[in-house]
Design a protein around this ligand. Structure first.
Ligand code: ADP
Length: 396
């Protein structure tokens, strides 16, 4: 109470005015208090709403699929990832697990939680029309405060990508082993033939030593390609980017291929416009062009023609093309030729000394430059590879 208020109270003392004045003050204080309480409640409600919105958003954005089931076996809540995994539209609440997931194993898992406290690392396979998905489920029985059963929570991790990568890796290891074993067994049997007496005949010796030499070279090529791919995969290949004149680079690569082109009577042409310059690693670009020209000669027409073309793409960079007039690549194979070890004709590729890794290296090197590579081919009319190399502002 202020001094003024005290004086006023003394002045009014003994009159009904004091009571009236005190009542007024009390009413004002009560109203102020009520207002403050309402404001606090409103603020608290806003905070709670924001917090529950944040939790709901987090729950919904989780990569793992989550389904919470009540004690009656019906879904209480589930997130978007769970809906996407089992293709059920929201809201799933109220449906049984079987109705929502249409998967007996998931329903059986929920039933198991009646007897067990948890089921961990359970693997689930969902066979779909387009693909098979692999899920890992961790499920936990829930208990209420009084210890009564209160449903369960199921968390689904999608392992499909991991499984796919595992199978790619296994396939790769199997391919590498096979590719290594073929030349090795040829080297071994040639050496055995020599040891078993073949060395006494000079003609046989020469032939078998040539076989050993050829397959040892093939092994070296294979191992070089594998090591390069491993380095490209792990990003350990540092590009020595510098302005490269594409017409000159194409001519160098064509000159390198002149001997093998002559052996198949293939003519080589360079139609890259002069003055087309992009930043590139000259050695790596040479390797890309060598692979594409080599393929064009090997798989193209005997007595045919291989041409490197190109065009500048303004500020965007430039495109190089390597074209042959050979038998082309069948439609279904076009999508796969950049895969490691994929060959349209395995026997032919091996006979030509191919490792099956050339185009995988081309793709990796071009991508390391920030570019891309694609192929167009019409069976019977030839094949054309397109390499896009971007312009970069900051040259090394
Ligand atoms: P390879 O060592 O077998 O040549 P690549 O990765 O370089 O491996 O090529 C993969 C496959 O793509 C080849 O085995 C071949 O079947 C096909 N191919 C590549 N280039 C051509 C081309 N210019 N014409 C026809 N087929 C081609």
């Amino acid at each position: 109470m202020t001094v003024l208020e005290t004086l006023l109270l003394l002045a009014l003392a003994g009159t009904g005015g004091a009571v009236w004045w005190l009542r007024g003050r009390l009413a004002a204080a009560t109203a102020r208090h009520a207002r403050e309480l309402a404001e606090q409640r409103q603020q608290r409600e806003q905070e709670l709403r924001a917090q529950s919105e944040r939790t709901a958003a987090l729950f919904d954005r989780m990569v793992e699929g989550i389904i919470v089931v009540g004690p009656d076996g019906r879904i209480r809540i589930s997130n978007r990832a769970a809906g996407a995994l089992f293709h059920f539209p929201p809201p799933a609440a109220g449906r049984t697990v079987l109705e929502a997931t249409r998967h007996h194993e998931v329903a059986a898992l929920v039933a198991r939680l009646d007897r067990e406290a948890e089921v961990l690392n359970h693997e689930l396979r969902l066979d779909g029309v387009a693909e098979t998905r692999h899920l890992q489920v961790n499920a936990l029985a829930l208990r209420a405060a009084d210890g009564a059963r209160d449903g369960a929570i199921l968390v689904f991790h999608d392992l499909t990508r991991l499984r796919q990568l595992e199978s790619v890796r296994q396939e790769f290891v199997a391919n590498v082993s096979h590719e290594l074993r073929t030349p090795l067994s040829l080297i071994k049997s040639a050496a055995e033939t020599l040891i078993d007496g073949g060395k006494n005949d000079p003609a046989v010796t020469t032939r078998f030593l040539e076989i050993i030499d050829k397959h040892a070279n093939r092994l070296t090529l294979l191992i070089d390609d594998l090591l390069l791919l491993a380095r490209l995969d792990s990003g350990r290949v540092e590009l020595n980017l510098q302005p490269v004149d594409l017409r000159a680079a194409a001519q160098d690569a064509l000159d390198d291929a002149a001997i093998i082109a002559r052996a198949r009577d293939v003519s080589l042409a360079n139609s890259v416009p002069a003055g087309t310059v992009v930043p590139a690693d000259p050695e790596r670009l040479r390797q890309v062009l060598a692979n594409l020209i080599d393929n064009a000669i090997k798989y193209g027409k005997e007595g045919g023609r291989v041409e490197i073309g190109g065009r500048g793409l303004g500020g965007a960079g430039a495109e190089l093309t390597v074209r042959d007039d050979g038998p082309g690549i069948p439609g279904e194979a076009k999508a796969r030729i950049f895969e490691r070890f994929y060959r349209v004709d395995k026997a032919r590729s091996r006979e030509q000394g191919g490792t099956g890794l050339g185009l995988a290296i081309v793709k990796n090197v071009v991508q390391a430059h920030g570019g891309d590579v694609r192929v167009e081919s019409t069976p019977g009319q030839g094949t054309e590879f397109f390499i896009f190399l971007p312009a970069k502002r900051n040259l090394a």
